[in-house]
Design a protein around this ligand. Structure first.
Ligand code: HEC
Ligand code: HEC
Ligand code: HEC
Ligand code: HEC
Ligand code: HEC
Length: 218
């Protein structure tokens, strides 16, 4: 059957519908307040996971680099969640009988991935990719907060349009040298503006274009 709308037209149709619904609701200050509340942006929610995996323990205390488990983060749109084999490089040796790790052992035995509940997710009509952000010097903590301090993982920042645009309007002061992208404790230097401008020039950041709707809705 012939396709009536291109995928892009379909995206715009859905955006139009969502947009007009939020306009109708926009009249009431209370509703706007609600829309911006932690409840609506899903920040600070710590869902129960099949295994109580702790970034504080693994990334913070043991110091395992993010890319050891999220190995696709520099290479593609998605960071990816680690396969069970990655856990087993250590847990076939240590804590081998711990009951909290039973779902991990089951997953390996049955070759079915552990079903993690996602905390960082965008609606389908938003286009995002990790690789370009990492390559240009945007650090994980700018978008995910201090993951290395989380006993159970939660969304630290609201993934609203305003959150993305805030940086896309002027990314320079937020850029860091590439060797620090996974460094959770990195803080901008006093001359972050000048240093960032230099990185932006080197990386050929397309100033002014990054707020165009089609960057994120295509
Ligand atoms: C580089 C080695 C390493 C890898 C890889 C690793 N772990 Fe661990 N894990 C440890 C160590 C060490 C401990 C702690 C033992 C202790 O507390 O003395 C631990 C403890 C745990 C615990 C017990 C609770 C806690 O945090 O103390 C859970 C649950 C756990 N790991 C899950 C996982 C899962 C799921 C994966 C894969 C996504 C994984 N681990 C990958 C080394 C590792
Ligand atoms: C030992 C493996 C391991 C390491 C190291 C690790 N992670 Fe994770 N990460 C996981 C696992 C397993 C999950 C899924 C369970 C959860 O949400 O806690 C996860 C989930 C996440 C999520 C939430 C994704 C979602 O949508 O639910 C983010 C964000 C994240 N990790 C970022 C990081 C960052 C940043 C680092 C480095 C500071 C890091 N991780 C280091 C294993 C790891
Ligand atoms: C510019 C903001 C930004 C940066 C920088 C960033 N992330 Fe993400 N991350 C996101 C967004 C947005 C999502 C949700 C994507 C979606 O739903 O399509 C996400 C999702 C994830 C997930 C869930 C699984 C997946 O494949 O999407 C993991 C794991 C993750 N990020 C890890 C990392 C790590 C590790 C780093 C640093 C090396 C990092 N992120 C840097 C914004 C960012
Ligand atoms: C802290 C800064 C920062 C934040 C936050 C941020 N971005 Fe970006 N984004 C950048 C930079 C820098 C680039 C690269 C620009 C360039 O190369 O010209 C970029 C590029 C992009 C691109 C272009 C990819 C391409 O193929 O050209 C998309 C899409 C994108 N961002 C989506 C998002 C979305 C969606 C969010 C919010 C969830 C977000 N960004 C949050 C800094 C940021
Ligand atoms: C840097 C990325 C980015 C750019 C550029 C961007 N958006 Fe968005 N947009 C988002 C994200 C992320 C959401 C999802 C917000 C949420 O889930 O709360 C969104 C949501 C929306 C929605 C749904 C309703 C709402 O407000 O939440 C509409 C409509 C929309 N965008 C229209 C636009 C238009 C029109 C432009 C150009 C002027 C634009 N967007 C540019 C990232 C972007």
């Amino acid at each position: 059957m012939a396709q009536l709308f291109s995928p892009a037209a379909d995206t715009w149709m859905r955006l139009f519908l969502v947009g007009s619904l939020s306009l109708m609701a926009g009249g009431t200050v209370g509703i706007i307040g609600f829309a911006r509340s932690a409840y609506m942006t899903s920040t600070d929610v710590r869902p129960q996971q099949p295994v109580p995996f702790s970034h504080r323990h693994h990334a913070g205390e043991l110091g395992i680099d993010c890319r050891y488990c999220h190995s696709n983060v520099e290479r593609g749109p998605q960071a990816g969640l680690p396969p069970t084999e990655t856990c087993m490089t250590c847990h076939s040796q240590i804590w081998t009988n711990a009951s909290v790790l039973e779902p991990v052992r089951q997953s390996l035995a049955h070759q079915t991935p552990v079903e993690w509940t996602r905390v960082a997710k965008l609606p389908d009509y938003v286009y995002f990719r990790h690789d370009i952000h990492i390559a240009k010097g945007v650090g994980c903590s700018d978008c995910h907060g201090r993951i290395d301090k989380m006993a159970l993982t939660y969304r630290a920042k609201p993934f609203t349009m305003e959150f993305c645009l805030d940086c896309h309007r002027d990314p320079a002061p937020r850029l860091r040298p590439p060797e620090h992208v996974t460094d959770m404790a990195w803080t901008p230097p006093a001359d972050a503006g000048a240093k960032g401008e230099a990185i932006a020039a080197h990386e050929r950041i397309r100033f002014g274009e990054l707020t165009h709707c089609t960057v994120c809705h295509r």
